[in-house]
Each structure stands twice: as C-alpha cells, then as structure tokens.
Write a protein that binds this ligand. Structure first.
Ligand code: DGL
Length: 275
C-alpha cells in the first residue's frame, strides 16, 4: 500500500480528462496535477521543446513524492515517455497513446481508424506507429485540429465555433470511411458533443483516458502500490501560468470543486535549466 499521490500533467485543462477517470475509478487515490499553462497550447511547438517541458515536469512531480507519473498529454507521451522512464527508473511513467491505441484496435475490429490530434502529435505519427505495430491491417488517418485546444481553454467547448471547427476536422475522416475516432489530445473529450454531432451516430469516439485509468489501476496493483482503502484522498493542482479560471472551468470538467490552485513558476519551482 502506498498513500502517495499519482502525478498527472498536461499543457492545461486537457489532462483533467485523466484525472476525472482516476477520481471515478480509483476514488481512494490522491492526485497532484500540473497544468503547464505558461506554455499552452503545446500543439504547434516543436516536439524537442515539448520533450524538455515534459522531463522537467516529471522531475517536479517526482520531487513532490508522486508514486507514478502519468503524461496526460499526447504530445508529451509521443516524445518524452522513453526518456522519462530512463531518467526515473524507479517510478512508473505512463502515457496515453498506447492505451488509446489499444482501445481503438479493440473497437475497430480491423476497420480504418481516425485520429484527431494536435499538429505535433500528428507529425510524430505516434498513433499510426502504435496501431500498425499491433494491428498492421488497420489503416490510420490522422487529422490535425489546431483550433480545438484554445476553444477548450477559453471555456467555449459548447459554442457554435466549436461545432463548426469539429465539422471541419471530422469531415475528412468520415469521408475516408472511419467508424472509430481516437480523441488523440486530452483536451478533445471536452469537445465530444461537438465532435459526436459532426461524426454522426455510426462513429465511435475513443477517449484514451478510460483505458489509461485501467492501466494505472493494473500497474499500481501489480506493484502493491494502491492507496489504502477508505483514506481521504488529497488532491493538489498547480498551474505554471495565471491560475485564474482554471479552478472554475476545471472544476466543472471533473465535476468536483477545485478549492485551490497553486502556482509553480518555471525557472524557480521547476525547469531550473530550461527556465
Ligand atoms: N492536451 C495535450 C495533448 O494531449 C496538449 C494540447 C496542447 O496544448 O496543444 O496533446
């Protein structure tokens, strides 16, 4: 048994899709969450830069005593998972791309799979690589959606702009014949109403956060590191940028009140090298 928190991070609100699954499926676990809002959106930044952020944030969460670190960010998972596992060999580090790919392969049953993701994740081809490695017969179509993250961060997930952007991004995938679409950025499940409306009822949306929570559960159980039952979990939330708005929008997303958001400053609290 290990009461230490699970460290989770993303560029902003998106990783709360993973936190919501942890709160729901593993209610005894504590979470320490970092939103790198000083750098959001990650989407158009070079993958090398994201790798640096992800390694520094992993070090920060490790320093706070996290018993596991979850990269609840596809770009970080695509570029920093291997280096983080090397840098922190005693701490399990999980990403969202393998779990998302696994869930999609199960649902697609050999038919083509679509991926909606940020420009960086699409350019990494991480989903195509992961799916083809396990199911070479499945065709994968990846579509970048640079408008989505700013819509979520500004609390406009249900706006007419969100519905129009979803139609633009989903249309090429539906035309290509996909019936399974991976929400390949952790922000996108917050746009699932708009994406589902654009995709129509015959398309299944895959939120990698669900399968990621299963993997968290399995990994902690295998290591004998689950939190003791019926302890009151304690959650902490950090933002690297202005924390205004995070508690309000984030609290709605996870359906739980976020009492306090702490500030973590680049160059002071984390990333002393990168600043
Ligand atoms: N939510 C992150 C991801 O899954 C990053 C989104 C962004 O900041 O562009 O890739």
């Amino acid at each position: 048994m290990n009461p230490a928190p699970i460290g989770v991070f993303d560029s902003g609100l998106g990783g709360l899709t993973v936190v919501a699954q942890i709160l729901n499926k593993l209610p005894d676990e504590s979470v320490v969450y970092l939103a790198d809002t000083a750098h959001v959106p990650y989407g158009e930044r070079p993958l090398d830069e994201i790798r640096g952020f992800a390694l520094d944030i992993t070090a920060f969460l490790h320093g706070l005593g996290a018993k596991m670190v979850v990269m609840a960010c596809n770009m970080s998972s695509a570029t920093a998972l291997g280096p983080a596992r090397e840098a922190f060999p005693d701490t399990p580090v999980l990403g969202v791309i393998q779990p998302g790919s696994r869930a999609a392969i199960r649902v697609a049953a050999g038919r083509p799979v679509g991926v909606l993701a940020t420009t960086g994740t699409v350019s990494s081809r991480a989903y195509s690589t992961a799916i083809r490695a396990a199911a070479p017969e499945i065709e994968v179509y990846e579509q970048a959606c640079p408008e989505f993250v700013p819509l979520v961060e500004s609390g406009e997930s249900e706006s007419a702009r969100a519905y129009a952007a979803a139609r633009r991004c989903v249309e090429p995938l539906v035309k290509a014949g996909v019936r399974t679409i991976i929400l390949g950025c952790t922000h996108y499940p917050f746009l699932s109403s708009a994406i589902a409306a654009a995709a129509g009822p015959s398309v299944r949306l895959i939120d990698p956060a669900e399968e990621t929570a299963l993997q968290i559960d399995n990994t902690l159980t295998e290591l004998g590191a689950r939190a003791p039952l019926a302890t009151a979990p304690r959650h902490r939330f950090f933002c690297t940028g202005d924390p205004d708005g995070f508690a309000e929008i984030g609290g709605k997303f996870i359906r739980s009140r976020i009492e306090r958001v702490e500030r973590a400053v680049w160059g002071v609290d984390l990333g002393k090298v990168l600043a």
